[in-house]
Design a protein around this ligand. Structure first.
Ligand code: G6P
Length: 614
């Protein structure tokens, strides 16, 4: 979704770091981009619809070397349209005060129509259809000499969410940034200060960062940062060291980030598991949960909340929690949950699952659950993200930065964490030592099992070749593999634009089977775990309608393979880790179909990596 970069230096031109920062944020999804540079002769704004490369070209054409050298402070933005079409006029930065002030914004100003009407009465004229432009005018109207106070006063009028960066030629050398509900990070470099909505745009400069908190407003200069509340009270925020280095946000020789991230999974799973399996007591050590066994034993119900891929991980969590720990568990789509006045209270455990830790609906569901007195934990990948901080306790994935919009390594780590939580819960309740030991052993073996699936990449590419021309596909799974079928279908539609549906294997015959024909391939998850024989029956129903079946089959299970037109083999596992191992084959299948169809894999149309609006 929208991305912000700001750069402030005494002597280094801002343009290149700003554009490079935007490139790092491209993965979030956007449809236009822009830069504003502060120069001694005023603010220079450059905007372009489409890719950052287009904006870069424009800057190279329009910004002379001499001018470039003088502009050492600037702000930049990638916009994902919410209010108004993705046009150049609507692209950020937006200007006010006769072109003296420029502002970039992530989030939504909910009362923008009322604010706009008031500002128009005062004589401000608007050029765009965006909610953001009101912020630029508001700051200009309140500017009586102190830039930071002007921004604070303006923000007090705003209902909604924001991450902003503002510059003004009335206050040379000063940039003001603020956040509420939309992340903003400040990187403290040597002789320069960098601002971004996402730490991946900062790590090329520095790994010393400050995560602003909601309600913070900060004055950023080349020498550092001063942070205040909106009421002008100074606050101090800890400088933290980012674990990721610049290399971890590079493609590392792979054609796409998605492929790199799929292949990273043995390593990311190793990192997720490291130090967390207690082989002596046959349980998991998850100290971030901060829940003593007594408290674990008293939980009556779990609710696992998420969106998209994270929701699918939560659905797999239901099977794990119920089968290993006997805890009734409901997976909940975060927006549905937050708006249905959910029945949740002190005996319930709400677990928010979010790769980015910034998804607006998931965050709102966390707040709703905290407000109703539930025990709340988070499973996030991005350290220091809003959901992780607000939940207060939880488990980090340690999967490293996920750049591809289509989530892969986060999913496998999320399900792994949920399996470890289920193990811990189970052992605190009724899971035997022997069963605990065998789950520990399976989880420890996961990186090697996933590596075996990756060895099948060539076979999977061949199967993909056969079906890459299909316009519709079905993915069938049963029990714990049903969420994996949903996730396989989601991957397929996200990156290849093939219409794909995930179904419970038994549900197909209650309607969707009407769509089956020779042109509708069915991917069936036939792993040799309980329920397989029933799914084999469903496969026969598909074959009888002439639909070609691609079976995901356990190595050596020739009887299941015999029912399929094409087979992708995966290693033998128990049901507990089957979703994790199996999804890797589906990720590769979707990847190859998208590649063969010539799709833009890392930045699929209309999608955003981190959805920070409702
Ligand atoms: C977006 C992304 C999905 C992701 C979902 C939830 O829709 O495109 O890949 O699964 O948000 O994101 P989260 O960061 O909360 O896991």
């Amino acid at each position: 979704m929208c991305g912000i970069v700001g750069f402030s230096s005494l002597d280094r031109p801002a343009c290149v770091p700003l554009v490079n920062g935007l490139r790092r944020l491209e993965y979030r999804g956007y449809d236009s981009a822009g830069v504003a540079l502060e120069s001694p002769d005023g603010i220079k704004v450059f905007k372009k619809t489409g890719k950052v490369a287009e904006l870069d070209k424009l800057l190279k054409e329009r910004l002379g070397d001499e001018e470039n050298a003088k502009c050492t402070i600037g702000i930049a933005h990638t916009r994902w349209a919410t209010h108004g079409l993705p046009t150049e006029v609507n692209a950020h930065p937006h200007v006010a005060d006769g072109g003296r002030l420029a502002l970039v914004h992530n989030g939504i100003v909910e009362n923008y129509a009322a604010l706009r009407a008031q500002l128009e009465k005062k004589g401000c004229s608007f050029v765009s259809q965006t909610d953001t432009e009101v912020l630029a005018h508001l700051v200009a109207v309140f500017d009586r000499g102190d830039f930071l106070s002007a921004v604070s006063r303006a923000l007090k009028k705003v209902e909604g969410t924001y991450g902003i960066a503002v510059i003004s030629t009335r206050h040379p050398g000063e940039m003001v940034v603020a956040r509420k509900g939309s992340s903003l990070v400040i990187g403290i470099g040597e002789g320069s200060t960098v601002v971004a909505s996402d730490v991946s745009a900062i790590v090329a400069h520095t790994r010393q960062v400050i995560y602003l908190k909601d309600g913070d407003v900060a004055r950023v200069t080349p020498g550092g940062v001063d942070i205040y509340t909106l009421d002008n009270v100074p606050v101090s925020r800890e400088v933290q060291e980012v674990e990721w280095d610049a290399e971890s946000v590079e493609k590392g020789g792979y054609e796409h980030f998605m492929l790199k991230e799929i292949f990273e999974q043995p390593e990311t799973l190793r990192n997720t598991i490291r130090g967390r399996l207690d082989k002596v007591n046959c349980t998991a050590i998850l100290s971030g949960l901060n829940l003593p066994p007594r408290e674990l034993a008293s939980i009556r119900r779990a609710v696992i909340i998420g969106c998209g891929t994270s929701l699918h991980a939560g659905m797999a969590g239901k099977y794990l929690f119920e089968s290993l720990a006997d805890i009734p568990t409901s997976p909940e789509q975060a927006a549905e949950f937050r708006y249905c006045n959910p029945i949740i209270g002190p005996d319930d455990w709400a677990i928010a699952v979010s790769q980015s830790g910034e998804t607006a609906d998931t965050l709102a569901a966390v707040r709703e659950s905290i407000g109703k007195g539930a025990l709340v934990s988070a499973i996030c990948n991005v350290v220091g993200s809003t959901i992780a901080r607000e939940a207060g306790r939880g488990v980090y994935l340690h999967a490293g930065p996920e750049i591809s919009v289509a989530s892969t390594k986060a999913f496998t780590s999320q399900v792994t964490v949920l399996a470890m939580i289920a193990l811990k819960l189970g052992r605190a309740r009724r899971l035997s030592r022997e069963d605990g030991a065998s789950i520990c052993a399976e989880l420890a073996a996961l990186p090697d099992l996933v590596a075996k699936v990756l060895e099948r990449n060539g076979d999977i590419a061949k199967v993909a070749e056969k079906y890459s021309g299909a316009s519709d596909m079905f993915f069938l799974g049963r029990g714990i593999l049903y969420p994996t079928a949903l996730e396989g279908a989601l991957k397929m539609k996200e990156i290849s634009y093939v219409h794909a549906e995930g179904y419970q294997a038994a549900e197909l015959k209650h309607g969707p089977i009407a769509l089956l024909c020779e042109e509708t391939p069915v991917v069936a998850l036939l792993n040799d775990i309980p329920g397989k024989e029933k799914t084999v029956g469903n496969v026969q129903e598909c074959r009888a309608r002439k639909a070609p079946v691609v079976g995901i089959v356990t190595e050596g299970d020739e009887s299941a393979a015999a029912h399929c037109n094409d087979v992708v083999y995966v290693p033998r596992t128990s049901a507990v880790v089957a979703p994790i191992v199996t999804v890797v084959a589906l990720q590769l299948f979707a990847y190859h179909v998208a590649r063969l169809r010539g799709c833009e894999i890392d930045q699929p149309r209309n999608l955003a990596k981190s959805v920070t609006v409702e």
